[in-house]
Design a protein around this ligand. Structure first.
Ligand code: PHE
Length: 448
């Protein structure tokens, strides 16, 4: 185990900032509006909110416990508590690889928009924003920006845990909040904004109970909080022994929620105002946001500031799943930290190129799907299968298999904190969260 890998983050605020840095990213700003747009808007938001509390926070606390107690990478952490459970750690590393296979590409889009806002090209073109997005996707620039983003992540990780990760998170978070609030105020004055608020805030309960909405919202809760795939285990292995885990998980979840809701309050009024469709899909924010900026004074400047922040928010997330894989290689395969970082970055480039270059058709069991790419496969399987499954097994491990005293000790810092929430947490982890996840899996298979 290299010494640097077991460094620790600074004080109390640092733990919150780095964990929130991992959680807040494209998941809240890009994926949340895109999923909410496709799955019923307000109904989706309602289920997502419930999932954050009933599933996200408890699983995050369970992962914090395992990580801080064992002070190891995801695989080593579970293995040191019970050998067969190391597979739960491998599930996390696999999840991190799947996410790497497409997340860097979207982060690259944000980098491209940063550059084209700075050069003014985005706003001076005579093409619609949607046509510009399509043109960018068809050009080799997409691959170049993806690789640049992987390199940026690589450079931070190679500098080590404390210096790189902590510093990056501290700068961008407050700035991100401020710009989202400014944008939310700005869109309130756009024509037809009310329809956007209705879409996001007035739920259709029938829709909220559809298995599809619930399934996607649970996946979104896991994805946006970075739980169920070893990331919070790995990060908590760098926490200090006096960090309050319960307080940290609540702060992280609330900050993430706030960013997602703010992103929704920015995007949907703008979507309806510009006459776009909320079901636009993965390109939604890249088509909608320029519509907001274009009529503002200093359009390019606002746009540059926003995309700098989105890029930084994405970077604090990419370093967190990169770290899951890097810490695994360094500690489980005895690679130097530098070589582990290099290997992880090389794998990430390989996976992203696979996603960008290979599209295929699927003719299988009556399904005729055309032009499928790994983008959707990686996105769907990581958020909707690997992470919820990881979350379910984490509950079973922590609340049924592990000694309950271990959970209590970590939550109360060995008696230093009162741990008033402990009983509620234990009950939730033992019954509510796992049963909910099982129910959702089953109902999505159409068996209920
Ligand atoms: N939560 C991050 C986001 O919303 C994505 C992520 C998932 C990061 C899993 C790490 C692990 O952007």
């Amino acid at each position: 185990m290299s010494e640097q890998a077991r460094a620790s983050f600074g004080g109390k605020l640092s733990a919150i900032l780095v964990a929130a840095g991992s959680a807040i990213g494209l998941g809240s700003i890009w994926r949340f509006p895109y999923m909410a747009g496709e799955h019923g808007g307000a109904a989706f938001l309602l289920v997502y909110l419930l999932c954050v509390f009933a599933v996200g926070i408890p699983v995050m606390l369970a992962e914090f416990t395992v990580g801080r107690h064992t002070k190891q990478n995801a695989v080593g952490a579970y293995r040191s508590l019970s050998r067969p459970w190391r597979w739960l750690g491998y599930n996390g590393v696999l999840g991190a690889l799947f996410i790497s296979g497409y997340y860097y590409i979207v982060a690259g889009w944000s980098l491209e928009y940063l550059v084209s806002s700075a050069t003014g090209a985005l706003y001076s073109s005579s093409e619609s924003f949607s046509a510009q997005f399509d043109a960018f996707q068809a050009s080799p620039r997409q691959a170049i920006y993806t690789i640049i983003f992987i390199l940026l992540t690589h450079l931070i990780i190679i500098r080590g845990v404390v210096k790189g990760i902590e510093k990056a998170s501290k700068v961008m978070m407050p700035a991100l909040f401020i710009i989202l609030i400014i944008m939310a105020i700005r869109v309130a004055f756009m024509p037809n904004a009310a329809e956007g608020y209705r879409f996001l805030l007035s739920p259709d309960f029938k829709e909220a109970f559809s298995p599809d909405t619930i399934f996607t919202a649970v996946g979104q809760a896991f994805f946006s909080l970075s739980v169920g795939m070893g990331c919070m285990v790995t990060y908590a292995s760098y926490f200090k022994s006096n960090n309050n885990l319960t307080g940290t998980s609540m702060s992280v979840a609330l900050l993430t929620l706030l960013v997602a809701v703010l992103a929704g309050l920015v995007i949907f009024p703008a979507v309806f105002s510009a006459g776009l469709e909320p079901t636009e899909g993965a390109s939604l924010i890249f088509i909608t946001l320029p519509e907001i900026f274009k009529d503002m004074p200093f359009a390019s400047l606002w746009s540059v500031i926003f995309f700098i922040l989105l890029t930084l928010a994405s970077l604090t997330s990419t370093i967190s799943f990169h770290e899951v894989i890097t810490a695994y290689f360094a500690e489980e395969h005895n690679l130097s930290r530098k070589n582990a970082t290099r290997l992880t970055s090389a794998l990430s480039v390989g996976l992203c190129m696979l996603t960008l270059l290979w599209h295929f058709d699927l003719d299988f069991a009556g399904l005729h799907l055309q032009n499928i790419s790994f983008f959707d496969i990686f996105d769907y399987t990581s958020a909707n299968i690997i992470m919820p499954l990881g979350g379910l097994l984490t509950c079973i491990f922590v609340a049924w298999w592990m000694k309950p005293t271990l959970l209590r000790d970590e939550i109360t810092n060995y008696g230093a904190l009162k741990g008033r929430m402990f009983k509620l947490l234990y009950f939730t982890l033992r019954y509510i969260t796992p049963l909910l996840i099982i129910y959702i899996f089953i109902s999505n298979l159409g068996l209920l």
